[in-house]
Design a protein around this ligand. Structure first.
Ligand code: UDX
Length: 434
């Protein structure tokens, strides 16, 4: 099928390349000429494992192209809208500027019978508001939320755990068109769930709200563990054996960040308020607050470890990305912890295998060091904030001891072997530990 994908960021670039990889003819359209240039020669404009390969393959096959020219959308049967919906600068609500602009730019090139498939995460009710403009062009709007995780985006797009398509009352045929788009995944047994537009929009925010709540739940237990002498990791293991609870997303630490969970729960709260149902999701404020408190706690552990003050102390911050396998520093708890320590007068040195360029752009005041060992050399304290393998698995305490006389390690992700670090003479502190 011929497809267009409007917006070539973390979501759209992966979607375009993944759709080409399953055999479609895809044009990716973005207003950012630099991004288009990079993508056109097979370069991913951000770090995402496997994306470079499918981009190159798609371009070499001739099925995948990128352009800034919206007229290239003409002739595609399905147009995916995959632009960002960031948090508004002066509030919690989602900023829909890019969604509206994408639809406006696309309208002149729609043909009767085309399907416009929204993928962006939007406040419930957005699709119903957009639909009349698209219908006026003889096309149909469906909502097809995306559940990909950064770092696994290629796999999640080609082999999702479910496909959700929201259609208007008369949009069943359009839903079937999406069934054709995703035929390979459906053939493998991926559930294909057809809903109305509002449900599809809500499925996405509800899923993210649930995941954020699960993380903040275990982080709340960490807070209790800290004042009772309990061990939150053992607690998570024990409750996680209950299949109704499940162990995944019960990783206590400095909490969630990234381009999705934080802004999605805030936008959900804002939308619920608008709908007069603010109280229904009032707990999401609490989820947000628990999450932000964990960053304070990590900073406090470093301060305590160094005897009450970090001024002029060298602190190696291991990680800047909001999670491993990503170079994304949007709302990164890791970077936030670094910034807070810097604010207390510490000489912070941040290292990360992928995210230094993005981090430097956002926080040029911090010192960055690409080589992990150089960041650690001579440090008074080390704090692990993003659980990359090079920090979590591959950093032996004896090796760290050879780089510095400092003996304070704070494990912001509870990923290190505490006993091994303590045995090597380090003062180890984790999150949610006695
Ligand atoms: C998330 C959703 O998982 C995905 O389905 C949705 O489409 C977009 O938002 P992503 O932002 O890529 O994906 O990251 P995710 O893997 O969900 O992690 C989010 C944050 O939670 C990270 O900062 C991670 O470190 C943190 N996290 C995750 C924890 O603190 N503890 C955990 O147990 C799991």
């Amino acid at each position: 099928m011929r497809l267009s994908v409007i917006g070539c960021g973390y979501l759209g670039a992966v979607h375009a390349a993944a759709m080409a990889s399953i055999g479609h003819e895809v044009v990716g359209i973005d207003v950012d000429a630099r991004k288009v240039e990079a993508l056109s020669v097979g370069e991913a404009p951000f770090y995402e494992p496997g994306l470079g390969e499918i981009l190159s393959e798609g371009i070499a096959s001739g099925r995948l192209t990128f352009t800034t020219d919206f007229s290239a959308a003409k002739g595609a049967a399905v147009h995916f809208v995959a632009v960002g919906t960031p948090q508004q600068k002066d509030g919690y609500a989602a900023d829909l500027t890019y969604v509206n602009a994408a639809v406006d730019a696309l309208l002149p090139y729609l043909s009767p019978g085309d399907v416009v498939a929204g993928k962006s995460t939007v406040p419930v009710g957005t699709a119903a508001g957009l639909a009349p403009r698209i219908e006026a062009a003889g096309s149909t709007l469906v909502w097809n939320p995306e559940f990909l995780r950064e770092g696994f985006a290629v796999q999640d797009t080609i082999d999702p755990d479910r496909l959700v398509v929201g259609v208007a009352a008369d949009g069943v045929v359009a839903g079937d068109v999406l069934r054709e788009v995703y035929a390979p995944a459906i053939a493998k047994g991926t559930p294909f769930i057809v809903t109305d537009l509002a449900t599809a929009e809500l499925v996405k925010v509800a899923a993210n709200a649930f995941l954020a709540t699960k993380i903040s739940f275990i982080n709340a237990m960490a807070e209790i563990a800290e004042v009772t002498g309990a061990d939150v990791t053992q607690l998570a293991d024990a409750i996680g054996h209950d299949v109704r609870i499940g162990r995944r997303f019960l990783g206590a630490g400095i909490g969630f960040g990234g381009g999705c969970l934080p802004k999605d729960i805030r936008a959900f709260s804002a939308r619920a308020e608008e709908l007069g149902r603010g109280e229904s999701v009032a707990f999401l404020r609490e989820v947000d607050e628990i999450n932000l408190r964990r960053r304070d706690r990590a900073v406090q552990l470093v301060v305590e470890g160094l005897g009450g003050a970090v001024f002029e102390k060298k602190i190696a911050v291991l990680g800047a990305a909001f999670k491993p396998h990503s170079d994304d520093v949007r709302d990164s708890p890791a970077l936030d912890v670094a910034v807070r320590l810097h604010g207390l007068g510490a000489k912070v040195v941040v290292t990360d295998p992928q995210a230094i360029d993005n981090a430097r752009r956002l926080h040029p005041q911090l010192t960055y060091e690409a080589a992990r060992d150089e960041a650690i050399r001579g440090a008074d304290a080390i704090i692990l904030v993003t659980e990359w393998d090079e920090y979590r698995r591959e950093l032996a305490p004896e090796h760290a001891s050879s780089l510095t006389d400092g003996r304070v390690i704070v494990d912001g992700r509870n990923g290190l072997d505490a006993a091994a670090w303590r045995a090597a003479g380090w003062r180890y502190a984790g999150m949610g530990w006695p």
